[in-house]
Design a protein around this ligand. Structure first.
Ligand SMILES: Nc1nc2c(c(=O)[nH]1)N[C@@H](CN(C=O)c1ccc(C(=O)N[C@@H](CCC(=O)O)C(=O)O)cc1)CN2
Ligand code: MG
Length: 296
């Protein structure tokens, strides 16, 4: 792991730990005062090793927060129809307040059809078109976990972001587009950059906030970063490592070089990744409260 000077480190792992403690305390109150236990169902199809690790962590942390954790693992040859039937059953299950279908799904399954079958009220990934629309119109959306985590880290670090120039690199539905919406909500001037953006180094150089979500190892060079900027690295790229065959994780940003210019920067691992799961728990709690007509 790259060393970042402590005063520049945006420690997502520590922040996520604090957030989980807060969520656990709220879950306890919900159980004691209302007799309600939030429930999260995580559905995984097939055997992807990275997904296996993430699903395990999600289910473990759900239980540790005092929520009901339901893990449904289906074989790789599960038909789309079988998966849709499971989602429909979870939609109707009163013990379940959040449903997450782990991505990627096997190629023979239409992921959009599956995600759009989850009722928006239980869509703790925030991928349903109703939640996408609510986020862009300023309504009560469930917000995708990774950008929500980035936004919490930024607010904690910077406070008021009004008028700041923010660049989001990457225009995916899961991270880039919702991230841009969240920054706009914070009154930033937002540029959503992508593979066709002209002179990306100059665009990044003008930014007070840089969110990199491209999935290309160390694509954002240290010298592109403006002095004093805040850098959020969403990339989790696994590279072949040492002779012992251990792999190495790197982000989308050249961390050590970027840290020479930035005022704050997230590491990989230990930055945005842990926030994704903590925000999933937060969304489950939010969905549960809303489904029971309680205040957020
Ligand atoms: N339905 C969804 N599928 C996927 C999502 C998602 O938000 N919803 N996001 C990613 C994977 N992901 C969660 O599912 C995820 C990725 C990484 C981490 C994390 O904590 N990473 C660690 C490093 C762990 C490692 O060694 O690999 C870190 O960054 O410190 C958590 C969740 C795709 N699918
Ligand atoms: Mg360089």
């Amino acid at each position: 792991m790259t060393t970042i000077p402590p005063e520049k480190l945006i420690d997502g792992k520590a922040f996520a730990e604090g957030l989980r403690k807060q969520i656990a305390a709220e879950v306890q109150v919900l159980r004691d005062q209302h007799g309600i236990q939030p429930g999260l169902a995580v559905v995984m199809v097939g055997e992807d090793p990275a997904s296996d690790v993430y699903v395990r962590s999600k289910c473990k942390q759900t239980g540790e927060c005092g929520m009901l954790s339901v893990e449904r693992r289906l074989p790789a040859d599960t038909s789309e129809n079988e998966l849709l039937l499971l989602v429909e059953a979870l939609n109707k299950d009163p013990a379940i307040h959040g449903i997450l279908v782990q991505l990627p799904l096997p190629r023979h399954i239409n992921a959009d059809r599956v995600l759009n079958t989850i009722v928006p009220e239980k869509d703790v990934d925030g991928f349903h078109p109703v939640n996408v629309g609510l986020l862009s119109t300023g309504g009560q959306a469930l917000v995708p976990c990774t950008p929500l985590g980035c936004s919490l880290l930024l607010k904690d670090r910077l406070g008021d972001m009004s008028g700041m120039n923010a660049v989001v690199i990457g225009r995916s539905n899961i991270v880039g587009k919702p991230m841009a919406q969240l920054l706009l909500k914070e009154n930033c001037t937002v540029t959503l950059a992508h593979s066709r953006t002209r002179d990306l180094p100059a665009v990044v150089k003008a930014a007070d906030i840089v969110v990199a979500a491209v999935g290309i190892p160390e694509m954002v060079k240290g010298e592109w970063i403006k002095d004093g900027a805040t850098v959020i690295d969403v990339g989790i790229n696994r590279l072949p490592g040492s002779a012992e065959g251990k792999s190495r994780l790197v982000g989308d940003v050249e961390t050590a070089e970027a840290a020479k210019h930035a005022a704050g920067i997230t590491p990989v691992p230990g930055g945005v990744g842990p926030m994704t799961i903590a925000c999933l728990l937060r969304n489950t709690l939010t969905a549960c409260k809303r489904l029971h007509g309680l205040e957020d």
